[in-house]
Design a protein around this ligand. Structure first.
Ligand SMILES: Nc1nc2c(ncn2[C@@H]2O[C@H](COP(=O)(O)OP(=O)(O)OP(=O)(O)O)[C@@H](O)[C@H]2O)c(=O)[nH]1
Ligand SMILES: [Mg+2]
Length: 449
């Protein structure tokens, strides 16, 4: 069974008799690319889910600058190895492409190089899959040198097994979604050049990675908290609220591709380093995850995660699941995590908020945009930070002013008593990361506890 939907339009779609050759991409073109979306329901993916996934794909296409002119889905027991969808459906899709004037077909699932080639031949328009679309968005949104290198690496690794594709028959180098970004100039080069470029990129990224590691080492005694979550959940907005900074936050997917770290004081002597980083999405391309290693290290090395989710989103539960799964995949599972259910100001349905509170009893509910619930979040963070603190009591010679000053720097002194003429008794509270330093001091000097 399959459904076609033609989205309402002001003017009838132009009829086309041949492939639209070399239409440039949105940013250099007066026209947006016109895209048809295709999804497939399988025994694992329900019809309802396909619709929701296509909603998200539409958002992605829109972020990439395409105008979605229709969507189609089909129910199948098994995937067709040659065309992904059935041959009859390919013919229907071909008619649909002609009728709608689409010049791009986007599949929600990953296609093999052979499937793309067959589909492009049959449909005579460019065919891309979800991975290629996401890579394209990352490419157009990358701002820093590091993000650009990371995206280029991911694009080239995606491209490499597909180089046998007839890149010229649709003049892909002319631009458009799936062809933009730093990888663009490489499209017409051969595998050897691509491999060389991949090696160079890996080398450059390793260098950046080493710099990052040094930077992070300098912060190793700080408590590090990382914002994680589905793209567009409101991580950057929350970062701005908590730290008073101005990280870019906007209603688009993947607004953030780099990591920003800011100091946040939870209490006068309770400082944390808060990191805002790239968001996750269902089926985040594996190449991207791999090439964003140093960006994601921030998450991997965090002491505490703030998992921000959009409580007003219809797929809240699925999005939370995707983020948890991705965290496990990057080796950041099992960390102390606070679930933050954001955008409660957008929940209109009566009773929904109390239902969510019952469903997620440990979550903090807030609105980052309106500044609701932030105090509770700070309080919970403070409790979590302090839960690892330990107390130590000892006496030291009053003459050792240097050590005394050092202890005051790294620990919170709860009691300071001058005991015998030359002895000071201290009771201190120490963060887990400073505990080792204090214990070493005690052992080295043989001070009694
Ligand atoms: N109504 C409402 N909108 C919010 C809230 N928090 C964030 N937003 C909006 O949601 C959109 C996305 O916010 P961002 O902070 O950019 O989200 P993000 O998680 O950083 O997204 P990426 O960086 O793209 O992964 C923006 O338009 C925000 O204004 C909230 O509490 N309520
Ligand atoms: Mg962001």
């Amino acid at each position: 069974m399959s459904f076609f939907t033609l989205l309402p339009e002001n003017s009838p779609p132009p009829m086309r008799s041949e492939v639209d050759r070399g239409r440039p991409g949105l940013r250099s073109a007066p026209h947006r690319e016109r895209a048809l979306l295709v999804g497939v329901a399988t025994p694992q993916v329900s019809r309802q889910q396909v619709q929701e996934h296509l909603d998200e794909l539409e958002l992605l296409a829109d972020t990439a600058g395409a105008e979605v002119v229709g969507r189609m889905w089909q129910e199948r027991r098994a995937i067709d190895p040659a065309f992904f969808i059935g041959k009859g459906k390919v013919e229907q899709l071909r008619q649909w492409v002609l009728a709608s004037g689409a010049n791009l077909v986007i599949f929600d699932d990953d296609l093999s190089p052979v499937q793309v080639r067959n589909l492009e031949r049959a449909l005579q328009v460019k065919v891309i899959d979800r991975t290629e679309l996401i890579l394209d968005i990352f490419a157009t949104r990358a701002r820093t040198a590091e993000a650009k290198l990371q995206v280029e690496l991911a694009q080239l690794e995606y491209l490499l097994p597909r180089l046998t594709r007839q890149w010229t028959h649709l003049e892909r180098q002319a631009g458009g979604i799936g062809t933009r970004g730093p990888g663009e100039t490489q499209l017409e080069t051969d595998r050897r050049l691509v491999k060389q470029r991949i090696a160079t990129l890996r080398h450059k990224l390793r260098q950046i990675d080493r710099q990052r590691q040094t930077q992070r080492k300098g912060r190793s005694e700080e408590i590090r908290v990382s914002l994680v979550g589905y793209t567009n959940a409101g991580k950057s907005t929350l970062m701005n609220q908590l730290s008073g900074s101005r990280v870019l936050a906007e209603d688009r997917l993947f607004a953030t591709l780099d990591t920003t770290v800011r100091q946040v004081y939870l209490a006068p002597n309770r400082r944390i380093l808060l990191a805002d980083t790239v968001g996750f999405i269902r089926k985040l391309p594996a190449h991207l995850v791999a090439s964003f290693k140093s960006t994601l290290d921030e998450v991997r090395e965090a002491d505490i995660l703030l998992h921000v989710a959009d409580a007003s989103h219809p797929q809240l539960a699925e999005q939370i699941g995707v983020v948890e799964q991705t965290l496990r995949e990057i080796g950041a599972g099992g960390k102390q995590t606070i679930l933050v259910l954001n955008k409660i100001d957008r929940i209109e349905e009566p009773g929904k908020l109390s239902r969510l509170r019952r469903e997620f009893p440990d979550a903090i509910f807030l609105s980052a945009l309106r500044g609701i619930g932030l105090r509770e979040l700070r309080q919970r963070l403070l409790e979590l930070v302090e839960s690892g603190y330990e107390e130590r009591s000892f006496t030291l010679p009053a003459s050792d002013a240097r050590t005394l000053a050092y202890i005051y720097q790294i620990a919170e002194v709860l009691e300071h008593v001058l005991e015998e003429p030359n002895q000071i008794r201290l009771r201190v509270r120490v963060a887990p990361k400073q505990l080792g330093a204090v214990d070493r001091l005690l052992r080295r000097n043989g001070w009694r506890e």
